[in-house]
Design a protein around this ligand. Structure first.
Ligand SMILES: [Zn+2]
Length: 230
């Protein structure tokens, strides 16, 4: 199951990554571990008083994440998520990237084709599909009718992929998030509130593990433990 995290009063284990940066940053990873990014020469006592000042944020964030994780099936590093399922993946990372992109392009084109038949004359506004890895968004639609979808969408259940496709297609009708937009969205996808919630749960796991490189880290990661009540 999912890892339990220590009660903060009993000490908190964190990973410290130093790099050429000006400020401190705190991240909670999908496995609930804590990562601290700090400038190269900052003292441990300054770093740790910063962590202590964030203790209630850490607790809340971890509990949010573990709640979300309860609806996502766990997987190992030898497995991948594919359309909401856990699939064995004994191949390389490079092959995974190729596979996901090919599957994403094929499926997204098919779903867009199906969705376009539902929006009548507005379908003529559609000018094309771009599939790429996005860090913070599942999709977007420009005023010129170009729809961009996140390759990582291929990891989530089909109902969620469909939810994002329909959302972007409705932007061909209303280029905003007005009440009229949502009324139209609901007419085409009555399940949209459910799928929005579900994809929100997936977003943490999927966006977290996408192959993005964080550069600038110097030296090995240090693993440290502090007493939060000190
Ligand atoms: Zn939108």
């Amino acid at each position: 199951m999912y890892p339990l995290f220590p009660v903060l009063d009993q000490g908190l284990t964190y990973v410290l990554l130093r790099s050429r940066r000006r400020s401190l940053a705190l991240e909670i990873q999908a496995d609930l571990s804590v990562v601290v990014r700090s400038p190269l020469r900052m003292s441990i006592s300054d770093i740790e008083s910063f962590i202590r000042s964030k203790s209630s944020w850490i607790t809340k964030k971890r509990s949010d994440i573990s709640q979300r994780l309860q609806i996502i099936p766990p997987k190992t590093s030898m497995q991948i998520y594919h359309r909401g399922q856990v699939v064995q993946w004994p191949h390389s990372e490079r092959k995974k990237v190729q596979f996901q992109r090919a599957e994403a392009v094929r499926l997204f084109e098919e779903l867009i084709g199906r969705g376009l038949t539902l929006i009548g004359p507005y379908a003529a506004k559609y000018t094309g599909l771009s599939v790429k890895r996005l860090k913070r968004r599942w999709g977007s639609c420009t005023k010129s009718g170009l729809i961009t979808l996140n390759t990582n969408l291929i990891c989530v259940p089909d109902t969620c992929i469909w939810g994002v496709v329909i959302h972007e297609l409705v932007h061909l009708i209303h280029h905003n998030h007005s009440e009229r937009f949502y009324r139209q969205l609901e007419a085409l996808n009555p399940e949209y509130l459910v799928t929005d919630k579900l994809i929100d749960a997936w977003s943490f796991v999927v966006l977290e593990e996408s192959p993005t490189k964080k550069s600038g880290t110097q030296g090995p990661a240090e693993i440290r433990t502090i007493l939060m009540s000190a």
